[in-house]
Design a binder for this molecule. Structure first.
Ligand SMILES: [Zn+2]
Length: 270
C-alpha cells in the first residue's frame, strides 16, 4: 500500500536532476532522450519540468536531442506545425515547440537545443531515416549518450543506425511525401525496419560489458549508454548473425516475416 503511494508521489525538479546525475548524464555532453512520460510522472512541472531538469544537468554547454518525426507518410512535413508522432510521447511533442529548440526540416525529424543542435538537425532528408548523415548519426559522431526514460531498447533508434553501418540484408518498402515546387510528391525508399522488439537484446550485451547504467528517473526505470557503445556491441553481434534483430520465421510477427522475406527474395539467404 505505502509502496503504491510512494510510486505516485510527485518528485521535485531537484530530485529528478539528482537522479539524472546519479545515472551518469554528463554535464556539457550531447544527450539523446527517448521518453514515456506515463512511466516518469508525476514530477514537478510535468513534461516541461522534466525537460528543465535534463537541461539543468547538461548545463549551457550541453545539447539535448529528442526524436520529433511525423507519423504521417502522406502529408508533407512542416517543422513549424507538424506534431511529433504520438508514439514518441508528450515530452517529445512538447520539446520541439519550446523556444530555442531547432527541428529538422524533414519528416524523420529530431529536435535539439544547445551548442550542437544545428549540426544535429541540419542534414537533408535521410533515406533510410537513420543513416550516419541523420540526427541519430550525428549524436553517434559527437560521442553522445542515449537516455531511455521508461522505455527499453525497442525504442532505441541508435540500433537502426547500427543496422545500417552493419549493412543488414533486410529492407522493406516505405514511402513518405515531400513538397517539390509547392506540390506533394511521393518518395519511395527501402528501410531496415521490423517490429524492433528484439532490440531488447542490447540490454544484456551492454550490461555484460558494464556499458549501461540503470536506475530511476522520476518513477521510470531508465537506461543510459553511450551511442558509440550501443553501436559497437550491436555490430559485434550483427557480424555473427545479421538477422538477429528479426523474430524467428513463422513466430507470428508479420513485420519481421516481411523483413525476412526481403532477404530471401534478394537471394542473400544462405
Ligand atoms: Zn518481430
Amino acid at each position: 500500500m505505502s509502496d503504491n503511494l510512494n510510486r505516485h508521489e510527485e518528485l521535485t525538479k531537484a530530485e529528478v536532476t539528482r537522479q539524472l546525475q546519479t545515472l551518469g548524464v554528463e554535464k556539457g555532453g550531447v544527450l539523446l532522450v527517448h521518453t514515456s512520460f506515463r512511466a516518469v510522472r508525476p514530477v514537478e512541472g510535468g513534461p516541461e519540468g522534466l525537460i528543465e531538469a535534463i537541461h539543468d544537468v547538461l548545463g549551457p554547454e550541453g545539447t539535448l536531442v529528442m526524436p520529433s518525426w511525423s507519423e504521417n507518410d502522406e502529408i508533407p512535413f512542416n517543422p513549424l506545425t507538424t506534431p511529433a508522432s504520438p508514439d514518441l510521447g508528450v515530452v517529445a511533442d512538447l520539446f520541439w515547440r519550446l523556444p530555442g529548440v531547432l527541428r529538422s526540416d524533414h519528416c524523420f525529424a529530431f529536435a535539439a537545443a544547445g551548442p550542437e543542435a544545428l549540426h544535429i538537425v541540419s542534414d537533408e532528408l535521410p533515406l533510410p531515416p537513420h543513416i550516419p548523415e541523420s540526427p541519430v548519426g550525428r549524436v553517434y559522431e559527437l560521442d553522445g549518450q542515449v537516455l531511455l526514460l521508461g522505455v527499453g531498447h525497442e525504442a532505441d533508434t541508435t540500433l537502426h543506425l547500427a543496422e545500417i553501418i552493419a549493412d543488414v540484408p533486410y529492407h522493406v518498402p516505405r514511402h513518405c511525401t515531400v513538397l517539390q515546387d509547392g506540390k506533394p510528391v511521393r518518395v519511395d525508399y527501402d528501410e531496415n525496419d521490423h517490429c524492433c522488439e528484439c532490440f531488447k537484446l542490447a540490454d544484456d550485451w551492454l550490461r555484460g560489458r558494464c556499458l549501461q547504467s540503470e536506475g530511476c528517473v522520476g518513477h521510470a526505470y531508465s537506461r543510459l549508454a553511450r551511442s558509440r557503445d550501443i553501436v559497437k556491441v550491436a555490430l559485434e553481434y550483427l557480424a555473427k548473425d545479421p538477422l538477429l534483430f528479426l523474430h524467428p520465421p513463422d513466430s507470428g510477427c508479420e513485420d519481421c516475416d516481411e523483413a525476412r522475406k526481403s532477404v530471401e527474395s534478394d537471394g542473400n539467404l544462405s
